[in-house]
Structure formats: structure tokens, C-alpha cells
Design a protein around this ligand. Sequence first.
Ligand code: IMP
Length: 211
Amino acid sequence: MLRYVTTNAGKVREAREYLDDGSVAQLDFDYAEIQAPTLDPIAAHGAREAYRHADEPVLVDDAGLFVDDLDGFPGPYSSYVEETLGIERVGELARDAGGGDDAPARAAFRCVLAYCDGDPFDTSPDPVDRGDRAAAAAADDGGDADDLPVKLFEGVVRGRIVDPRGDGGFGYDPIFEHDGTTLAEMSAAEKNAISHRGRALAKFAEWYATR
Ligand code: IMP
């Protein structure tokens, strides 16, 4: 059984569209999020921690909104910024930094899926995080190297930041427009077909089917 590690049941519903329904279950485990400027090491660290906790194959999903005119802000801090500033304030900041209403700020949603089952992985186009950063940190502390391999799958969708529209989805969906429609105005299937998470899940599902 694959454990999808998240406190957000909506993410598991999206994952079931790509994976055999009976083969994935939610693991409601709140792993400690490290601070890093990109999503990869955060997701990899979470996958190692979740695997040690569950002792079963785990998939961790880390996502964020990266606004071009804000140099990628809020990026890996999207969750904290949603809780503190709120999505409308992020929309205002993006509009102020961008070209105003006539040229809405461009942005990307990124999702990194990190898979760990304790085994090593063959070489493939998708990166494998072999714990080099964790090993370096542990060595600095005089601790043991942490070399649990983690396989990473990334999905990206590009769009524009607009005033909030729609009441579907979650998080930043109402202010993220793709091809004229916000993610919150799309059905779950429409969002899945173009979303960062859908794209990462499609890559993961193709690889996982051969495992
Ligand atoms: P996390 O990956 O659950 O930590 O999400 C980071 C932040 O991005 C949170 O504020 C989420 O609400 C937001 N987020 C993650 N995925 C999505 C999405 O598909 N749509 C809108 N917001 C998202």
C-alpha cells in the first residue's frame, strides 16, 4: 500500500485519479518542514521522515506558488504566507509588482512529489535525492550520514495572478488563472488535467506502474 503523506484529503482525491484507487491511502502525518529556497530538499526530507515513521512506501507532496515579478515569492513559503497574509494580499502584491490590471503578473505553480520505499533506484530522467545535503549536515554535527534515496517528480503549470474568482479547489486556486479560467473555476477533472500536481502525478504513475 502506498501512503500519500498529507493533511489535505483533497490532494489524495487528486492522486486517486492517477493511481489504482485501492493502492493508495492517506497518511495524515505532519512531518517537520525544513527551510530551503526550492521544493526538492523539503519534499525529500519529508519523504525520509515519513518513511521512517510508516515503514511503508510513502509519497510526499510539496507545492508552492512562484510569482515571477516577486522573484518567486511566496514559493516554498506559500503555506505560511497563505496563513499570514492571505491569498488576496498576495494577489495585490503581485499586481503592484507586475504591470497592473492590463498585464497581470505571471506565475507558476510547482509540485514536487518525493517517493521513498527504502530501496535504491535505477538511473532515469527524474532526479534521485541521495541525501547528500542531509549527509553533509549530519557529518557537520558528527552524526551518521543519512543516505535513504528519494525519487523526485516535478510538475509545473504557468498562469497569471488575477482577482479571486471561483469557489472550487483550495489554497491559491481562486487567484491563479490558466488559459482564461482560474483553478477555482475548474472542475476537479479539469484542474487535474492541467495542474502542477496532475502533471507530477502522471509522471509518478507511469514510473510506479513499472515498479
Ligand atoms: P503544501 O504543499 O500543502 O505545503 O502547500 C503549500 C501551499 O500551497 C499551501 O498554502 C497550499 O494551500 C498551496 N497549494 C498547494 N497546492 C495547491 C493547489 O493545487 N492549488 C492552490 N493552492 C495550492
